[in-house]
Design a protein around this ligand. Structure first.
Ligand SMILES: Cc1ncc(COP(=O)(O)O)c(C=O)c1O
Length: 422
């Protein structure tokens, strides 16, 4: 007898879903209310918000709000109807593509409705079963899912580890010589959890020895790194050696959508082969027009990036001076590594939110090794020195409580079972 497909789902909610009854509404799916800003409302109380990726503070910028509103009034939410290829193509989509390409120093660009699906399709379109993919083991889920579609061989290398990259490039080279295919190397420009830049300079240098093409997901680098804000490639002086550059609008651009940029020949190919765009309705006009405005501000107001970095430096230096381990971040992403169990981490987050009015993201096992608590903060241009100072004071106090066993005691007293074995 065939069993009911839903039987498994009823029993097993998945690695995160199993926490839903205890975590939903607070630790996961929290509702941040009020205007998008450095301070928002959580459970009816003002909190300092270190959890939204609005790096340049554009989300609520008056000119951005005006552009979005005017685009909504002029075009509505539906415009244009249909996929770009069929009936959803406009001059404004093309204009945004031209401006993005120029900004990231590539010949051509193509818009994507979402970064996630876009990346899946980019990988799918770039390789055939004879090609080999080499990618970082810590790559974002959209890269992993793109690689899942690949019918040929793939190799992961240890996170940002040059030796491991080279070893896997050697393997890939050997295999590609047998299959007659090529090699696609994929990394992130900035790893969004721990904040390290991908080692683009070193990867590019390996092009001297190995024949591969480089695809970079620069979601956190675009707008935040490099002299002009063109991202991790510009920061490391190798932007022109990135063969296919990708970024989302979900972070510095404070919008929905994404783009891919490369030589014209490659973009022309992707336009006709990116399944996530060919078989999906075009990016709406509100996002297209809104992104033109955001890009204009991003290009013409370097003071936004300067302010962002002033805040990043104040927060990261303040944490380092107080002896916190912030790992080897060299970007705006600010992790703080502490030690403790999952229940302890939950108590710590509770305390931060309830007693110190600080809202930040927490990453725990199984995303990182057991016993480590990663608190991740995203400073933005709209944070203030007061936000930073209050946060640093709070961190000193929570560390003391963590070390003197307060959170462990609270966790033990709690009636709800939050043991990680469940
Ligand atoms: C590294 C990285 N790549 C891709 C994406 C997906 O982009 P989008 O939100 O536009 O789907 C994200 C998250 O936004 C990301 O952090």
């Amino acid at each position: 007898m065939v069993k009911d497909l839903f039987e498994r789902i009823q029993k097993n909610k998945g690695p995160l879903g199993k926490w839903a009854s205890q975590a939903e509404g607070y630790y996961v799916f929290p509702k941040l209310e009020g205007e998008l800003a450095n301070r928002m409302q959580f459970h009816g109380k003002e909190i300092i918000n270190w959890s939204i990726n609005d790096y340049l503070g554009l989300a609520n910028h008056p000119e951005v709000r005006k552009a979005d509103t005017e685009a909504a009034a002029q075009y509505g939410a539906a415009y244009p109807m249909g996929a770009r290829m069929m009936s959803g193509h406009t001059a404004l989509h093309e204009q945004l593509e031209r401006e993005l390409a120029e900004f990231v120093m590539k010949e051509s660009a193509y818009l994507l409705n979402f970064g996630y699906q876009g990346m899946v399709s980019i990988i799918d379109a770039l390789v055939t079963k004879n090609d080999i993919i080499v990618y970082d083991v810590d790559a974002h889920a959209c890269i992993i899912d793109g690689v899942r579609l690949h019918m040929g061989k793939r190799f992961t290398y240890r996170h940002n580890d040059i030796e491991s990259m080279e070893k896997n490039l050697q393997r890939a080279t050997k295999m590609a010589e047998e299959t007659g295919g090529g090699i696609l190397f994929i990394t992130e420009g900035v790893f969004g959890m721990r904040g390290q830049q991908g080692k683009l300079r070193e990867i590019v240098a390996m092009k001297q020895k190995y024949n591969f093409r480089l695809l970079v997901d620069d979601a956190h680098g675009f707008g935040t790194l490099g002299k002009t804000g063109a991202g991790a490639g510009e920061e490391q002086g190798v932007q022109e050696d990135i063969d296919v550059y990708f970024s989302t609008f979900a972070k510095s651009m404070a919008n929905i959508g994404a783009f891919v940029a490369a030589d014209k020949e490659i973009i022309d190919y992707l336009k006709y082969n990116l399944r996530s765009q060919m078989f999906a309705k075009a990016l709406p006009m509100i996002q297209t027009v809104g992104s033109l405005k955001r890009l204009e501000l991003l290009r013409n107001h370097p003071e936004l990036k300067d302010k962002l970095w002033e805040n990043v430096n104040a927060l990261q230096n303040g944490l380092r001076e107080r002896g916190f381990n912030i790992g080897d971040t060299n970007t705006c992403v600010t992790p703080v590594y502490l030690e403790g169990s999952v229940p302890t981490a939950m108590m710590l987050i509770n305390d931060l939110r309830e007693n110190y009015n600080i809202f930040l993201a927490i990453v725990i096992y199984p995303v990182i090794p057991k016993g480590i608590i990663l608190l991740r903060m995203i400073p933005t241009a709209s944070h203030t020195m007061k936000d930073i100072e209050e946060t640093l004071v709070a961190f000193e106090q929570i560390r003391e409580k963590l070390e003197n066993g307060t959170y462990e005691k609270w966790a033990a007293e709690r009636t709800v079972d939050v043991s990680e074995e469940r």
